[in-house]
Structure formats: C-alpha cells, structure tokens
Design a binder for this molecule. Sequence first.
Ligand code: AMP
Ligand code: GLY
Length: 379
Amino acid sequence: MRVAVLGNGGREHALRWALARTATVVAADADADLYVIGPEQPLVDGAADRLRAQGKVVFGPGAEGARLEGSKGWMKEVLAAAGVPTAAHGTFTMPDDAVAFLRSLPGGYVVKTDYLAAGKGVLVTDDRAEAEADVRAKVAHGAVVIEERMTGPELSVLAVCNGKDFVLLPPARDHKRVGDGDTGPNTGGMGAFSPVPGIDALLDAVGEMIGATLAELQRRGIDYRGVLYAGLMLTPDGPRMLEYNVRLGDPEAQVVLPRITSDVAELFRAAAAGDPLPVLEVTGDAAVTVVLAAEGYPVDPRKGDVIEGVEEAADVDGVLVFEAGVAHDDTGRLRTNGGRVLNVTAVAETLAEARDRAYEAVQHISWPGMHYRKDIATQ
Ligand code: AMP
Ligand code: GLY
C-alpha cells in the first residue's frame, strides 16, 4: 500500500513512522492508495472532499464533519442533539449579550472563539473583568462561545471511524499549559502519556458518547471517516465533553501510535473505505512524549537556532525523536522552525521508566532558548 500523509508537524512525523511499518509512505502529490490528512485546517477547508472528488481513498472527514472542530458553536449543537454531556454554554456575536451571559454564570469563566485559533483561542479564568475584556477582543473577529468553568483532570480519547462504527485508540493525557505544575498560557500541548492510570472504568461511557455523536452525524447525512478526538474533562459529576477535534491529537499521536501493534495503515484504509474495522492490538508498554519548544513559545517563537544532539538522543533505548518544527539547512544542520520543535518519545514497560528514558534523551539535545516541561506524566 502506498500512503500519502499531508502535513508536517510532530503528529505527521509520528504518522509517517507508524504507517511506514507496513506501507510505503510517499510524497503528498503521488498517486497513492490512501491519503491521510494530519492537521485540522485543510480538513476544515475541504481538502478531503476535493481528494474524494478525484476518486481518492481519504482518511479524514470532509468539511461538513470537520465543522466539529471548525465551529465550537456547531459542535455544541451536535452534542446537545446527541445527548452528550458538556459544559453550560452560549454562542454570541453581540458583545453585550455575551457579557450579560458571563455575568449570569456562578463564577469561573471560559471564553472561546467560534473560529479556528490554532489551540490558542481559549481563556480560562476566575476574573470576570479579564473574561469581559477577552470577549470584546475575540468578538471583533467572529462569534464567541462562553462556558461555565468545569474542574477535573482531562483525557484524550481518539476514535477511528468508518462512517458508522469506530474503534477507540489507547487513551492519552496531554499537558496544555506551558509551565511546570500547569502554569502559564495554554499551548497546543507540551507533552503526553499513555496509558492513563485509573480511567478504564470510564471508557464505556466515553464510547457511548462517541457512538451517539457518530449516529447524530449520520442522521445529518455526514459520512465521517477519520479520527474523532474526544477531549474530556473528568469532573466530580462524571466525564464531560470539552471539545471534539477531527484529527489525531498533537502530541497525543506521538504516544498513541507507538503503542499500536496491529497494522495502522490497514486500519486507516478500512476506515477511509467505509469497510469493517480490523481489531486493534495494543502493547501493554507505556509511552511518554516530551515537547521541546523554541524560545518565546507559545507567544512569539524564535526560528533559526541550531539544534544539537538529536542523534545522541535517538540512540537512547526505546526513544524516538519526532521532528515538529525543524528546518534542515544547506549545511545539513537542524534549525528551529516553529514553536514546538521536537517531540522526544520513549516506550518502556512502565510510565515511570518511559518518563526516565524520555528525559534522559532530552539531556542530549540543546539550542539557545530551548524549554520544556519537567513534569510530563507525573500527574
Ligand atoms: P478546548 O480547545 O475547547 O479544548 O479548550 C482548551 C483547554 O481549555 C482545555 O483543554 C481545557 O484545559 C480548558 N477548557 C476548555 N473548556 C473548559 C471548561 N468549560 N472548563 C474548564 N476548562 C476548560
Ligand atoms: N493536544 C491537543 C490537540 O491536539 O488539540
């Protein structure tokens, strides 16, 4: 099987690595047997529809299904229709209406954009003045979604869907804040681990939420083939859906894919073709990934710094180094070329061992201004 992967981040590097175990991974413009679309933006823009119109077999939802990620307002509407529990919320285009709704909430505010904002569109705060100022800034560019603030640990559950059925990939947890102890601004994700201890009893309920959502999409005539990523908060009242994404998580993919021992290319092909999904096989080993970020990330990452030590890091037992925001210059050196630069993933028998290996490998890598969290997979 010849597979083309669209996209160039750490998630896509992990995808190419996983697919290459059983398939030939080719350039995006080749006449491939299967097209896998990595990032959300092309999905929201209809890239899967355009390829399908050319008769290609595509893993990734069309633009209609991708609205689950492209419009939080629409996502909430689908959740309500499917009976999936989520935060109390409202969608607004008028700032005064939005502010009135904020004032009606018991305390603890979340302000989101109803348009794609590359993981940076969410403010979570207990300060109403800050929330009101954020509403007025965001509503200038489009609708905003306001939510009650919920509490609890988060969980990422990714489902591979063939339009009607799904299989759950091994659950993962990512770390969204830039700083140790969950401090500082939200990012796309600073690290991830899988498995997640203590959540197995919740997976039936999560599967029911995903099944109900897929059925609601079908009812609306949407043939959803690709990954449905459930971002959950495990509140004291039970799991609540924070959001759906329409692609693999980044950096969740970097810990989920290495744990799958069955044929990932065949799984994605079956989903893309609408065929019955093969049984998933997963290793009992654990995986941990640490994101190495550039100076200034997530606000204003600096590009062009020379990266040292990647080969030495990759030599550590059980370690994979995925390139996320890297450029190879004319002299063969690696340079930073994005906010999240490298993902150092380790697979080992236990989470503690995988974490130790990942951080051992990180010690080999350096560039000016490199930063990363020291507490990945400790909570
Ligand atoms: P989202 O893009 O909707 O997943 O939001 C990004 C992050 O903001 C989530 O991973 C949570 O950490 C946080 N968040 C979003 N919505 C809520 C909420 N209603 N209550 C508390 N935290 C939230
Ligand atoms: N790690 C969060 C995301 O991929 O959206």
